[in-house]
Write a new protein. Structure first.
Length: 408
């Protein structure tokens, strides 16, 4: 990467921060002397570069900006923030809207979805659930100029290097004539089009499914849906397998068996007494496949046997709850499934700082809790379950107020 040391970077700690006008001028200099040489080395023409940044200025309204001569205003870790209950993620209004919209489009685009399924091996209902969640089936406005957003953030955001890479990828998209600069609309974070792909993801996953020569994830439904399916395929979606099943975990079976690193054949989970909540047996084609116990709220919420496809959904948005939302709404769209059978307990009443202290105490005892970040992931949940069982308590596999200070 070309390096150009601007004067403000060399100023001492007592130097006054530049004005907005001065910063805008520095931005133009940065584009020309720092970014352009690297873009040129990557094959971007000067014509494309100039067109992409024509009329582009810094967007001062974007979040997480650190103007030259200043420091971040907010700490990176909000230790005192309250941990949200997992159940709050599954807002009935949102789930209902995505379900209804998906069901309507399942009929509208039935033929298209079958062709996509045939080529990529991903069920249409899953693709529709992602489309609905990410952009309201294309109805959500995507108002920002991608080069304005990415340029601003690459110049003065908390993660400048990451956004620099995305900005160079955006230039590559235009250089390869996948789409024109005027169509490059993004969110405030730089995610583009109806699937909300970052530019590097667009380059890897976007496809031209309608045959017009463009990978148009902004306006083309076929390109949008096929690109989502291609993303999942390239991340390992297993054709013919489900994403997972809501289950009943017997009281005598420890919840500490949770986690993607403790997989068993689904037939083995069934032999251990785990059953589907709808009373049906696990599908015969799933029995020999690997499955993983998933209990996002421990014993205070629904339980699931997830397949590897669940973790492919998680790759789309690194959240267990997001992947669960997509899988569950996909079932609603495809099969008319109802709400979760298990109730989500109101467990989000602890500060992240308290959970982090609990995690550190468990780490000191040799437990692997993942990161001590105040977020109870599966490693923290099962460590809590093991600790509870060793101390004669009923294992819930979830942090509770009564445990604050008890783990010593």
């Amino acid at each position: 990467m070309a390096v150009f040391c601007l004067p403000f970077l060399l100023a001492g700690p007592a130097a006054a921060a530049p004005s907005k006008a001065e910063t805008e001028a520095q931005f133009k200099t940065w584009l020309d002397r720092d970014l352009w040489p690297e873009a040129k080395a990557k094959g971007v023409s000067r014509t494309v570069f100039d067109k992409a940044f024509s009329g582009v200025t810094l967007n001062w309204k974007l979040p997480d900006l650190v103007p030259p001569g200043t420091r971040p205003k907010t700490p990176k870790k909000q230790a005192q923030a309250e941990f949200g209950s997992p159940g709050k993620y599954f807002n009935a209004k949102t789930m209902g809207a995505v379900t209804r919209g998906g069901q309507a489009r399942h009929s509208q685009y039935g033929g298209l979805l079958k062709r996509i399924d045939k080529q990529y091996g991903v069920p249409g209902a899953i693709v529709l659930a992602i489309w609905g969640r990410e952009s309201g089936f294309g109805a959500v406005k995507i108002p920002y100029d991608a080069f304005e957003v990415l340029g601003t953030k690459a110049f003065m955001a908390t993660r400048k290097e990451m956004f620099r890479g995305q900005l160079l990828a955006a230039l590559e998209i235009v250089q390869k004539n996948y789409i024109d600069t005027g169509s490059m609309k993004s969110s405030w974070a730089g995610a583009m089009g109806q699937p909300q792909f970052m530019p590097t993801s667009y380059l890897e996953h976007a496809v031209d499914f309608d045959g017009d020569g463009k990978r148009d994830i902004w306006n083309s439904v076929p390109d949008t849906l096929a690109s989502i399916a291609n993303y999942l395929r390239l991340h390992g979606w297993q054709r013919g397998r489900d994403w997972g099943f809501e289950v009943i975990v017997p009281a005598g079976l420890t919840c500490a068996l949770e986690g993607p690193d403790q997989g068993l054949k689904i037939a083995d989970w069934a032999r251990m007494g785990i059953t589907r909540v709808n009373g049906k047996p696990f599908p015969a084609n799933e029995l020999a496949g690997e499955g993983y116990l998933l209990m996002p709220a421990g014993r205070h919420g629904p339980a699931f046997i997830a397949t590897p496809n669940f973790y492919v959904l998680k790759d789309y948005n690194m959240s267990d709850l997001y992947a669960l939302f997509i899988g569950h709404v996909g079932d609603r769209i495809a099969y008319g499934a109802g709400d979760f059978k298990g109730a989500w307990g109101n467990v989000g009443t602890m500060y992240r700082s308290d959970i982090a202290a609990m995690q550190r105490a468990l780490q000191a005892k040799g437990y692997d809790v993942g990161k001590a970040d105040g977020l109870p992931g599966f490693k923290t949940r099962r460590s809590i379950g093991d600790w509870q069982a060793r101390h004669g308590q009923a294992a819930t596999c979830f942090p509770e107020k009564s445990m604050i200070g008890a783990i010593r």
